[in-house]
Design a protein around this ligand. Structure first.
Ligand code: FES
Ligand code: FES
Length: 165
């Protein structure tokens, strides 16, 4: 059943009249043109669709619109953009922490959310925090190094914020 739904996406208020049971991933991709979040498994097992809802890493293939009513959604498009990458994206880029790149938006959003909770994680904590994000190209080593490097650069500066500094 259609209803009016409002939430924030990357700082912009969005109001849609649609079925609240629709998966957020398809609303982002089809209705809002935000195709950075990827469809992988569709059942919460791969992490390629990971976005943040009120700062918490969330599988957009499982979350429906009712779940985000009145909340703040952040997608990979809200983190940085070509020519102005977020420092975490920059680390992935510089370290070649991808091969086909399909898992990369979900990896970055999951890592970003994880680092909001724990700004100075150990290697073990990063591995555990990223455990639900799969990379079929097996770029895990470089992904881990990129996240470690970004986390290290933040803790070197004593940063506890969102890393835009
Ligand atoms: S597509 Fe959402 S977890 Fe795989
Ligand atoms: S870079 Fe291809 S799936 Fe991870």
């Amino acid at each position: 059943m259609k209803a009016k739904m409002s939430f924030t996406v990357n700082g912009e208020t969005v109001t849609l009249e649609t079925d609240g049971s629709r998966a957020l991933l398809w609303v982002l991709r089809s209705d809002l043109g935000l195709t950075g979040s990827k469809y992988g498994c569709g059942v919460g097992m791969c992490g390629s669709c990971t976005i943040l809802v009120d700062g918490v890493p969330t599988r957009a293939c499982l979350a429906d619109l009712n779940h985000v009513e009145g909340k703040e959604v952040t997608t990979i498009e809200g983190l940085g953009e070509p020519g102005e990458l977020h420092p975490l994206q920059q680390e992935f880029y510089e370290r070649g922490a991808y091969q086909c790149g399909y898992c990369t938006p979900g990896m970055i959003m999951n890592a970003y959310g994880m680092l909001q909770e724990n700004s100075d994680p150990t290697r073990e904590e990063i591995i555990r925090g990223m455990d639900g994000n799969l990379c079929r190209c097996s770029a895990y080593k470089r992904i881990l190094e990129a996240i470690e490097s970004y986390a290290g650069s933040r803790s070197d500066r004593g940063a506890k914020g969102d890393g835009h500094e």
